[in-house]
Write a protein that binds this ligand. Structure first.
Ligand code: ADP
Ligand code: ADP
Length: 224
C-alpha cells in the first residue's frame, strides 16, 4: 500500500487525540486535528475563528461549509500526498461526501476509518479530567494519563489547562450533537467496507496496539 489515508472517528473523549498523536508518529502521517485548527483560529482572531467561535462555545458543530474548506485544503496539500490522519473530520454525512469527492478528484481513496467506541458516561468522566497544553493541544488526564510534572506538558513544557467546552453542560451538548449527526457515519463507512471498530475503554497502549495490528493487516492484505 503506497499510502495510508485514515480517519479517526468517535465521540468527544473517545481517545482520538491520544491515539492520533501516537499513530501519526508511528506511521509518519500528517495529523490534521480539526478541533485544534479551529481553536487556533479562534485564538488568532481570524475570519475562520470568528465564524466558528460561537458554535464551539455552545458545544454545537460548526457549519459544514466553514469546516470543509479548511480540511480539504490540508488533504489536497503536498504534505498529505503520501497519506494523512484526520481527527474530528468528517463529523456529518455532507462532510464525508465532500471528502469522498475531493479524494475522487485526486484518484485516491480512504484506507480505513478507525472508530473508537466508548459509552457516554465514560465520555463525561474523561472530559472532566482532561487537560490539554496551551502550546500544541497535547492531551493528558488527571487520573488516567497524568503528566510527569503537575500542570506541565511532558512534550513541550507548556502549561496544562482545562478546555472551556469540557465543562459538563457543554459536554452533554457535544454528546447530543455526536449522536444526532456523527454516529451515523459509522454505518456510512461500514457500508463502504472501511469501518474498523476499537474498544476505547481499554488502556491507551492497548488501543494503540489494536489499531497498529489492524493497519499492519491491511498493509499485508494489500500486498497479496
Ligand atoms: P473532541 O476532541 O473532544 O472530540 P474537538 O476538539 O474535535 O472535540 O471539537 C471541538 C469543537 O470543534 C466541536 O464541539 C465543534 O464545535 C468543533 N468541530 C470540530 N470538528 C468539527 C467538524 N468536523 N465539524 C463541525 N464542527 C467541528
Ligand atoms: P478525543 O480526542 O476523542 O476527544 P482525547 O484523546 O482527548 O479524546 O481523550 C479524552 C481524555 O481521556 C483525555 O484526558 C485522555 O487523557 C483520556 N483518555 C484517552 N484515552 C484513554 C483511555 N484509553 N483510557 C482512559 N483515559 C483515556
Amino acid at each position: 500500500m503506497s499510502e495510508l489515508n485514515l480517519i479517526l472517528l468517535g465521540p468527544p473523549g473517545a481517545g482520538k487525540g491520544t491515539q492520533g498523536e501516537r499513530l501519526s508518529e508511528d506511521f509518519g502521517l500528517p495529523y490534521v486535528v480539526t478541533g485544534n485548527l479551529l481553536r487556533e483560529a479562534v485564538r488568532d482572531g481570524t475570519d475562520l475563528g470568528h465564524k466558528a467561535e460561537k458554535y464551539m462555545k455552545e458545544g454545537e458543530l460548526v457549519p459544514d461549509e466553514v469546516v470543509v474548506e479548511v480540511i480539504l485544503e490540508r488533504v489536497q496539500s503536498d504534505e498529505a500526498r503520501d497519506g494523512f490522519l484526520l481527527d474530528g473530520f468528517p463529523r456529518t454525512i455532507p462532510q464525508a461526501e465532500a471528502l469522498g469527492e475531493a479524494l475522487g478528484v485526486l484518484e485516491r481513496e480512504l484506507t480505513a476509518v478507525l472508530a473508537i467506541e466508548v459509552p457516554d458516561d465514560e465520555v463525561v468522566r474523561r472530559l472532566s479530567g482532561r487537560r490539554t497544553c496551551v502550546k500544541a493541544g497535547h492531551v493528558y488526564h488527571l487520573e488516567f494519563d497524568p503528566p510527569k510534572r503537575e500542570g506541565i506538558c511532558d512534550q513541550d513544557g507548556s502549561r496544562l489547562v482545562q478546555r472551556e467546552d469540557d465543562r459538563e453542560d457543554v459536554v452533554r451538548k457535544r454528546l447530543r450533537e455526536y449522536h444526532d449527526k456523527t454516529a451515523r457515519l459509522a454505518s456510512y463507512y461500514e457500508e463502504r467496507g472501511l469501518l474498523r471498530r476499537f474498544d476505547g475503554c481499554r488502556p491507551p497502549a492497548e488501543v494503540n496496539d489494536h489499531i497498529r495490528a489492524t493497519l499492519a493487516t491491511l498493509r499485508l492484505e494489500e500486498r497479496l
